[in-house]
Design a protein around this ligand. Structure first.
Ligand code: PMP
Length: 295
């Protein structure tokens, strides 16, 4: 699914067949999770393939690497250029792009000298599918901002996400919603969260969440079209029986929720802010914004 015999990937300055890519087994990333990555989407726009927010994603990759004391040998411009080359090499237009900066061998708990860049791409539908999702509040809370850099995209942080999604699916739900250590709603395992109540959108403030690039775009869209948004803490109980709710993220795009903990949202999805924003976000990534935004 991620690659076939023809797929080309980038590894440490070389274009290679993905099937031939190899790495050592002593990397600190493999043993202790100290690596950083990004999830980026390219869209087939009227002007050709366009990598949405490439600059912001590669800036965050650099930020994540800096926080984890991992060296980055490429500038944001070089990385953007490589990502476009990657699409061209694989004949991809609509694609999910995954850069991973992983480390060299080091079994002690100090930053390793060496770091490596791997970048690959594949066609990927919406992370959570095209239907509304049934979500469960997780028994796992998000990592505490005092135990790690919650605003960095670090490989090891995603063990928390895997536990939360697996628990939700085992209990018959589609996805999890995680709380922060204080019991307030924070985000999904791989997406930020918004809820609509009485004509206002609410989303958790920065601090206990990954500051999503999609979240920022959604806030900009809301400002453009006059949807009021409050960035404030709230509880799962405040979400129950609300008008609507949705996840936002590069992989998830804008995905509506059917229910939280079995409690359905009041409005039909098509009558919520979420549905309108879903359309406007799609127009934005396809660079058709000016035509679509004011319909
Ligand atoms: N939160 C988490 C934990 C994530 O993994 C992601 C995906 N990167 C997001 C939120 C959404 O971030 P973005 O919109 O930048 O993809």
């Amino acid at each position: 699914m991620y690659f076939n015999d023809q797929t080309i990937a980038f590894l440490d300055g070389r274009w290679i067949k993905a099937k031939d890519a190899t790495t050592g087994l002593y990397a600190q990333t493999l043993h202790y999770g100290n690596g950083v990555f990004e999830g980026i989407r390219a869209y087939d726009t009227p002007a050709g393939p366009h990598i949405f927010e490439a600059g912001a994603h590669f800036k965050r990759l650099r930020y994540s690497a800096d926080k984890m004391h991992i060296r980055m040998h490429y500038t944001e411009e070089e990385l953007t250029d490589l990502a476009y080359q990657l699409l061209a090499q694989n004949g991809l237009t609509d694609a999910y792009i995954r850069p991973l900066v992983f480390t060299g061998p080091n079994m002690s708990l100090t930053p390793p000298e060496a770091s490596h860049l791997f970048m690959c791409a594949w066609r990927w539908g919406k992370l959570l599918g095209d239907n509304l999702v049934h979500v469960a509040t997780s028994s796992f809370c998000r990592p505490h901002p005092k135990s790690c850099f919650i605003d960095a995209k670090v490989v090891g942080h995603y063990t928390n996400s895997i536990l939360a999604t697996t628990e939700a699916k085992r209990n018959g739900f589609d996805e999890a919603l995680l709380l922060d250590a204080n019991g307030y709603v924070s985000e999904g395992p791989g997406a930020n969260f918004f809820v609509e109540r009485n004509g206002i959108l609410y989303t958790p403030p920065l601090g206990n969440i990954l500051p999503g690039i999609t979240r920022r775009n959604v806030l900009e869209i809301c400002q453009q079209v006059g949807i009021q948004v409050r960035q404030q803490h709230f509880l799962p109980e405040d979400v129950y029986g609300a008008d609507g709710a949705f996840f936002v993220g590069t992989a998830a795009e804008v995905t509506g929720l059917a229910s939280l903990d079995g409690k359905k949202f009041r409005r039909a999805w098509k009558n919520t802010f979420g549905a309108a924003i879903q359309g406007m976000y799609k127009a934005r990534v396809l660079q058709e914004e000016t035509r679509e935004a004011f319909i």
